[in-house]
Design a protein around this ligand. Sequence first.
Ligand SMILES: [Zn+2]
Ligand SMILES: [Zn+2]
Length: 160
Amino acid sequence: MTRPAFDQDHWKERLRESGLRVTGARLDVLKTLHDSPLPMTAQDVLESVAELGPTDRVTVYRTLSSLVELGIAHRVDPGDRTWRFGLLAKDHHQHAHFVCDDCGSIRCLEEALITVSMKGRTTPDRFKVKQQDVYLHGTCETCLELPAKPTSKKKKPQKR
Ligand SMILES: [Zn+2]
Ligand SMILES: [Zn+2]
């Protein structure tokens, strides 16, 4: 699967629709997130954006939060208290995430739509749901291919 190239006009339009001014820094953050196959930590975004041109930490962090606030991006925390950021398609649905317990990488399972339903309703009437988080834990394909590391900490009962 190849990722489509970064369509600057599309993302400029998304910014404008959301009421954000189009700036070089915002486009750099969008391109960085777009080009990454996995959701990225703010630190990763900062480092990649720095490769594109001069930038500063505050701008990158602010840009990430406004993108999340406006629904252009989403953030997920696989449980290590570090947010990962990823872009959202315009017609996105809430989706589940896969967390690799070996390397800590996280990926969007955009096909895994979340529907939580209690007797046909999502939540009690007076609740307003902003976000649903479903995480599937396991081992990613990269870690599955690695030869088993001799770990002294935890020995899994397996012999091959
Ligand atoms: Zn992994
Ligand atoms: Zn996601």
